[in-house]
Design a protein around this ligand. Structure first.
Ligand SMILES: [Zn+2]
Length: 84
């Protein structure tokens, strides 16, 4: 059964179940999870995860599970982009 999420704690909007892409920072590294079950606010787009979902992502990173694929991520310093 789908988890029922409480109203958005940012704006009070309705939070509906959705599958989203989530970027996860751990130990100064970046991980991307696709198709993550979440609750997303219909008004402000804030995403909420159950404790179980967070634990699963944490375990995946800690256990170095083989990823679906990897991608290169460009990193910018804001000052350089402002000058371009
Ligand atoms: Zn909201």
């Amino acid at each position: 059964m789908a988890h029922v999420f409480a109203a958005c704690s940012m704006c009070g909007g309705e939070v509906v179940p959705k599958q989203i892409r989530h970027t996860y920072h751990w130990d100064s590294r970046l991980f991307v999870f696709e198709d993550v079950p979440a609750g997303v606010c219909v008004q402000c787009n804030e995403a909420y995860f159950t404790a179980e979902t967070v634990k699963t992502m944490e375990k995946t990173v800690l256990n170095k599970i083989r990823p679906r694929h990897t991608m290169r991520v460009p990193v910018y310093g804001y000052a350089e982009t402002a000058m371009a």
